[in-house]
Design a protein. Structure first.
Length: 456
């Protein structure tokens, strides 16, 4: 089979193998290099079979003197092939400095953002990238050098949400042979020879040395990524089911059950922690093994309350739960509210505390407390916890430091700061938690002071 048929059949098989739909829009990242030019030509040949709407996008990073020539080339090419083209220019060095990133990292992120934004604007369902087998081998080695976990070593997926890479199983030579066979020129990017960039050093120095040891190294590395990718698909299902069993959500963030996590195999636990982080952050960019290890230390440590600041997230152990949030929680400010008589007061968290005098007791709940009105007179105080506070909980043999009560009840520090304390001659009630031992109401002994905490 000649070079043209090999790649054209390969692209058709890619579409069928991944069950991609007909009548969709495809945006091609067109740099003007051989990979993207070949991919554009191949997709144009494929388009009639699947009723595809093909469009192209080119991003000028503004770092090479010949970038204007690149724009001219892709514009001329798209004009000849009647492909709608979107071009955007940016100042990569300036944006990289503003983001605090290197040129490679910033360029990668900005390119992805540009393509996603353009695809959305044009109504394209998929974004086609021209990565081939050599790129996949380079990516695997780069991630290996950087200490990536197995998930990262799966490298680039042929299909990843709306990103498609139809050339991933073909070599650079096969792509070049295709272009030669159709007589199509393409751009040579001089920066691909610059050994300042990590990928280029791997391409021009590391891979050639390793290929001398095994001429089929490129194929073997790609096959390895495929095996890892297949296993990761299995792991993802396991992670999804396990995370659902150990996770709870509330308005304060995501919570994970610590004992359940510690019962998991370490390999599964690490993946569950990563997935939980992804849910909190929205992605895993900047998250590495060291950050997962920091979360593991919180789980396994002796401190019942501890925290770790992670890129784009915060993790805190609160007794038998691990708490994840995009940012650290804000401690409630100290407060004191004087209550002179029946009525209601607004609490700092937006709830209301309602005071009334009733003829008889009506019963207590976690958010309702009752006292004999004659024994607990106004004025009263509603305030926050203070160091040195003492409290005699109902059913306890005597008073103790309130801090000790909180520790024994495993009340986290944020709740301690926010819980309203009702105080008369002593602390009468920890709203929502416990009442004091004294002054229980008895039917027929006179009017009752009833205090109710109402939601916002």
């Amino acid at each position: 089979m000649n070079a043209i048929k090999i790649l054209q059949q390969g692209l058709h098989d890619f579409w069928v193998r991944h069950s991609l739909p007909k009548e969709v829009g495809v945006l091609i990242a067109l740099s003007g290099g051989g990979d993207s030019v070949a991919l554009l030509h191949l997709l144009l040949q494929l388009a009639p079979f699947f009723s595809l709407r093909i469009q192209a996008a080119h991003l000028d990073h503004g770092i090479r003197a010949e970038s204007g020539r690149d724009v001219d080339f892709v514009q001329q090419l798209c004009s000849e092939w009647q492909v709608p083209l979107t071009v955007e220019r940016l100042d990569l060095p300036k944006l990289a400095r503003e983001r605090g990133q290197g040129l490679e990292e910033a360029g990668h992120e900005l390119r992805r953002e540009f393509l996603q934004r353009t695809a959305d604007a044009l109504g394209c369902d998929y974004i086609a990238l021209g990565h081939h087998r050599g790129d996949q081998a380079e990516t695997l080695l780069m991630r290996l050098v950087r200490g990536s976990g197995l998930t990262g070593l799966a490298a680039m997926r042929p299909l990843n949400d709306r990103l498609i890479r139809p050339l991933l199983t073909f070599s650079r030579k096969q792509v070049e042979d295709y272009l030669e066979a159709i007589g199509q020129a393409y751009l040579q990017d001089a920066s691909n020879e610059d050994l300042y960039y990590t990928r280029n050093r791997i391409r021009h120095r590391v891979l050639p040395e390793l290929t001398e040891l095994n001429p089929r190294l490129g194929e073997n590395l790609v096959a390895l990524t495929q095996r890892i990718s297949s296993e990761e698909d299995f792991w993802q299902q396991e992670v999804k089911e396990t995370l659902g069993a150990v996770r709870t959500m509330d308005d304060r963030g995501l919570w994970l059950n610590r004992p359940a996590l510690l019962d998991l195999h370490p390999a599964l636990r690490a993946r569950v922690l990563r997935q939980a982080l992804q849910e909190v952050r929205g992605d895993l960019r900047g998250i590495g093994a060291i950050h997962v290890e920091a979360m593991e230390k919180l789980l396994e440590g002796t401190k019942p309350q501890a925290e770790a600041h992670l890129p784009g997230a915060w993790a805190g152990r609160r007794y038998e739960r691990l708490w994840l949030r995009p940012i650290p929680p804000i401690m409630a400010a100290p407060f004191t509210i004087e209550v002179r008589g029946p009525g209601e007061v607004l609490l700092p968290d937006g709830r209301r505390m309602v005071f009334s005098i009733e003829a008889a007791p009506q019963g207590e709940t976690p958010v309702v407390v009752e006292f004999p009105a004659q024994l607990v007179p106004f004025p009263l105080t509603v305030r926050s916890f203070r160091p040195g506070d003492r409290f005699h909980p109902d059913g306890a043999p005597g008073s103790r430091k309130l801090k000790k009560f909180f520790i024994d009840a495993k009340i986290d520090r944020e709740t301690r700061a926010a819980v309203p304390l009702l105080e008369g001659r002593q602390i009468l009630w920890l709203a929502g938690l416990a009442r004091c031992q004294q002054w229980a109401c008895v039917e027929g002994e006179g009017p009752v002071l009833r205090v109710v905490v109402q939601a916002c």
